[in-house]
Design a protein around this ligand. Structure first.
Ligand code: GDP
Length: 442
């Protein structure tokens, strides 16, 4: 889970605070010492931590808070506000030009995830109705052009390349003319990365910057590198004045030091975050939702958005109709299962629910294997069996178990569960519903 270490420590501290009826300054100070340690261990910038703690303390030790009926809750609310503030308050969006194409320059060190993120961003913008063009501006790394072309194909976005002989600034200029001619309203330029910041890299970025005057300069940073990422952000910002940051690999970051420091140190917002290697795993960054998540207050809004974008609305309506008319089959069951799994690992989703503390999350071993078994069992059924589960007799059960690598008991269990669901649906649908109502009315 993202920021797991930090979340666990903060939630521990606050559960102690919540348990106390009355608070005095000493209690607040003790809690703040723990918060300070937790933030430092999460690799948050030292000065950022110091300012943060003094702001929280200043607000928390006032009479209004300490004399209130729920001082613990009050202090937590202040911490949440200040965490949100630290990460930039509200969501920062891309500046689109009134006169297309909008030119986005992507910068970053090698390995940060720049090329992948170019593809992810193209995919996201395409989903929003834009017509992006990807531009291969990294001419030094031998495989970079090819990698961008592969990514472009995967997200079905065209890639503009002039090979590795032309200067990147010229490629960038040409790509904009190409976009104008072909109706692409966003140009995403992948630039060269190096292992370390060096003068050549910075000169080249400056040259592209001055040559095409991008509307948006986004720096791609690896969140797992903590304070190093923050230092890289500072240097890039001093050279090419970036508009914002895309923080990658947040899915593997248990600490969160970069996410919590970048805004305060560079005054530049985090616009998007990478949440996995897949090309649809880029999300807009919402400081308030992230603060909620860190404090175990959940993130229902993100969960709902995720569900809305993963679930096919038309299919959902069809499914409802099937349930109503009792035509729900194993095929539909499989469909539902796949849609839910499209939303990502179950553990990540639970994590967005309020009141599921990170400590419990760790112990809660959501059994993805069990879901695999269910999928395999249904896939081993014939078409007839899926639509008419009644015909699945003993010998068929044996065959299905063998075909799916499971046991007859597991097959029995699934069929039983399925039948119970159907029975339940029957009660709640059509005349069944009326009967229930009548019963209640008596
Ligand atoms: P570049 O050198 O900056 O262009 O980096 P690449 O785009 O080649 O990415 C480097 C590695 O990071 C690849 O293995 C990517 O799959 C991986 N990566 C990129 N973004 C993410 C992310 O958000 N989460 C995870 N887990 N991996 C990522």
């Amino acid at each position: 889970m993202i920021f797991e270490g930090l979340a666990e420590k903060l939630q521990n501290t606050f559960s102690k605070l919540k348990g106390k009826g009355k608070l005095d300054e000493k209690d607040v100070n003790a809690a703040m010492r723990e918060v300070k340690m937790a933030l430092l261990e999460a690799d948050v910038n030292f000065k950022v931590v110091k300012d943060f703690i003094s702001r929280v303390k200043e607000r928390a030790v006032g009479d209004e808070v300490l004399e209130s009926l729920t001082p613990g809750q009050h202090v937590i609310k202040i911490v949440k506000d200040e965490l949100t503030h630290l990460m930039g308050e509200t969501q920062s969006k891309i500046n689109f030009s009134n006169k297309p194409p909008t030119v986005i320059m992507m910068a970053g060190l090698q390995g940060a995830g720049k090329t992948t993120t170019c593809g992810k961003l193209a995919k996201l913008l395409k989903k929003e109705g834009k017509r992006p063009l990807l531009v291969a501006g990294d001419i030094y790394r031998p495989a970079a052009i090819n990698q961008l072309e592969v990514v472009g194909k995967q997200v079905e976005v065209p890639v503009f390349s002039m090979g590795d002989k032309e200067k990147p600034v010229n490629i960038a200029k040409e790509s904009i003319l190409h976009a104008e001619k072909h109706g692409n309203d966003v140009v995403i330029i992948d630039t060269a990365g190096r292992l370390h910041i060096d003068a050549n890299l910075m000169d080249e970025l400056k040259e592209i910057d001055q040559g095409v005057n991008p509307h948006e300069k986004l720096l791609v940073l690896d969140s797992m590198t903590g304070q190093d990422a923050v230092n890289v952000a500072k240097e890039f910002n001093e050279t090419i004045e970036i508009n914002g940051v895309i923080l990658t690999k947040l899915d593997g970051d248990t600490r969160g030091g970069a996410a919590l420091s970048i805004r305060a140190v560079t005054d530049k917002p985090i616009k998007f975050v990478g949440m996995g290697e897949k090309l649809d795993e880029l999300e807009a960054f919402h400081p308030d939702r992230m603060a909620s998540r860190i404090l175990g207050m959940g993130d229902m809004l993100s969960l709902i958005e995720k569900a809305e974008s993963s679930f096919d609305q038309k299919k959902a309506r069809e499914m409802e109709e099937k349930l109503r008319s009792q035509q729900f089959t194993f095929d539909d069951f499989l469909d539902q299962l796949e849609q839910i799994r499209n939303m990502g690992p179950i553990g990540d989703m639970l994590n967005m629910l309020p009141g599921v503390p990170s400590k419990q999350m760790k112990n809660l071993n959501v059994d993805e294997k069990e879901l695999n078994h269910i999928q395999a069992i249904i896939q081993s059924m014939t078409k007839d069996e899926r639509t008419n589960p009644g015909i699945i007799n003993g010998s068929r059960r044996k065959r299905i178990a063998a075909g799916s690598g499971t046991s007859v008991q597991q097959v029995n269990k699934l069929i039983k569960q399925f039948e119970q669901t159907r029975k339940m649906m029957k009660q709640f649908s059509g005349s069944g519903m009326d009967k229930l109502k009548k019963k209640g009315g008596k």
